[in-house]
Design a binder for this molecule. Structure first.
Ligand code: GDP
Length: 140
C-alpha cells in the first residue's frame, strides 16, 4: 500500500444539483482525505488545455462546452492507492456501465455529464494536481 494523491473534479452537472457534500462524503467514507479544494469556473481556453489529451476525440468540443457551463470543484484526494481507489468509487465513464454504489451510477446524468473526473494514473495525477494547485496550496 502506498499513499498517493489524485486530482478530482466535481463537474458542473453535480455542482448545479448541490451534490458536492454528498460526493465528498463518499470520498471520506472510503478513506480518501480532501487535502485541497476550491470552487472555480473554467474559461474555454483552460478547459481545452486540461482536456488536451482528448483534442482529437469527436466529443472534445461538447466536453469543453459542458465543463465551462457552470462552476466546478477541483480537489486533491490523498490516501492509500488514491488513484485507483478514486477511480473505483467514481465508477465507469458511462453511468449505464457503472457498478452499483458508485458516484457515476448514483448521480451521473449521461456519459458526458458524469458528475466527476479522476486522474487515471500516478503520472497524470501529478500533472493534473499541478494544473490546478500551486505548491503553497498543498499540504507538505
Ligand atoms: P474518464 O476517465 O472515465 O473520465 O473518461 P475519458 O477520459 O474517456 O473521457 C473524459 C470525459 O469525456 C468523460 O468523463 C466524459 O465527461 C466525456 N466523454 C467520454 N466519452 C464520451 C462520449 O462518448 N461522448 C461524450 N459526449 N462525452 C464523453
Amino acid at each position: 500500500m502506498v499513499v498517493q494523491r489524485t486530482l478530482s473534479i466535481i463537474k458542473p452537472d453535480a455542482t448545479r444539483r448541490d451534490l458536492t457534500g454528498q460526493i465528498n462524503q463518499r470520498f471520506e467514507d472510503a478513506g480518501l482525505r480532501i487535502i485541497a479544494q476550491k470552487r472555480i469556473r473554467l474559461s474555454r481556453e483552460q478547459a481545452e488545455a486540461f482536456y488536451d489529451v482528448h483534442k482529437t476525440r469527436p466529443f472534445f468540443n461538447d466536453l469543453c462546452t459542458f465543463m465551462i457551463s457552470g462552476p466546478i470543484v477541483v480537489q486533491v484526494l490523498e490516501g492509500e492507492n488514491a488513484v485507483t481507489e478514486n477511480r473505483d468509487i467514481m465508477g465507469a465513464t458511462d453511468p449505464q456501465d457503472a457498478r452499483e454504489g458508485t458516484i457515476r451510477r448514483d448521480f451521473a446524468e449521461s456519459i458526458e455529464a458524469n458528475s466527476v473526473h479522476g486522474s487515471d494514473s500516478e503520472k497524470t495525477a501529478e500533472l493534473e494536481v499541478a494544473f490546478f494547485f500551486s505548491k503553497i496550496e498543498l499540504l507538505q
